[in-house]
Design a protein around this ligand. Structure first.
Ligand code: NI
Length: 140
C-alpha cells in the first residue's frame, strides 16, 4: 500500500548539504528527497542493529573529534572510566592541529558495549563515530 508522504523542513549547514547533493548526484538518485529517505532508512537499520547487539561481544569504536570542543575531552575520559571493566584499550592519534582520532576496544555484554558507544557518540563536538562489533569466537 502506498503511504502518504509527509513534508518536513530541515535546517543544516550549507557545506553539509553541498556534500550530500554531490553524493546523490554521483549515485544517480532522482531527487534529494529520495536520497534523504534512503539515508533515514539506513540510520534506522543501523540503530536497530545496534539495539540488537547481545551476548559476549568485542566492540571497536572509532571516533574523530575536535579537541577544542569545550568539555569534550573531560567527558570522554569520564565515560571511559565509567566503563573501565569493559574497555580493553584506547589508542589516541592527533590527526592535525584541531582533530583527534580515538579508537576504543571493548569486551563485554553487548548491551554494555552499546551503552558505552552511545554515550561517546552523543558527545557534542564528535564529528564521526563508528561502532563495529564481532563475536569473541567461542560460538563459531
Ligand atoms: Ni589529539
Amino acid at each position: 500500500m502506498e503511504q502518504e508522504l509527509m513534508r518536513i523542513g530541515v535546517s543544516l549547514p550549507e557545506s553539509l548539504l553541498n556534500r550530500f547533493d554531490g553524493i546523490i548526484e554521483k549515485r544517480g538518485y532522482s531527487s534529494r528527497s529520495e536520497g534523504i529517505r534512503d539515508a533515514i532508512r539506513n540510520y534506522i537499520i543501523h540503530y536497530e542493529w545496534m539495539s540488537d547487539v547481545k551476548g559476549d561481544r568485542i566492540g571497536i569504536i572509532s571516533m574523530v573529534y575536535s579537541h577544542h570542543q569545550r568539555g569534550l575531552v573531560d567527558s570522554l575520559t569520564n565515560i571511559q572510566h565509567e566503563f573501565v571493566g569493559t574497555i580493553q584499550s584506547t589508542l589516541h592519534i592527533h590527526l592535525d592541529k584541531d582533530n583527534c582520532l580515538e579508537i576504543v576496544t571493548l569486551r563485554g555484554e553487548g548491551q554494555v558495549v552499546r551503552e558505552a558507544a552511545e554515550k561517546m557518540m552523543a558527545l557534542k563536538g564528535v564529528k564521526h563515530v563508528k561502532l563495529t562489533t564481532t563475536s569473541v569466537g567461542t560460538e563459531l
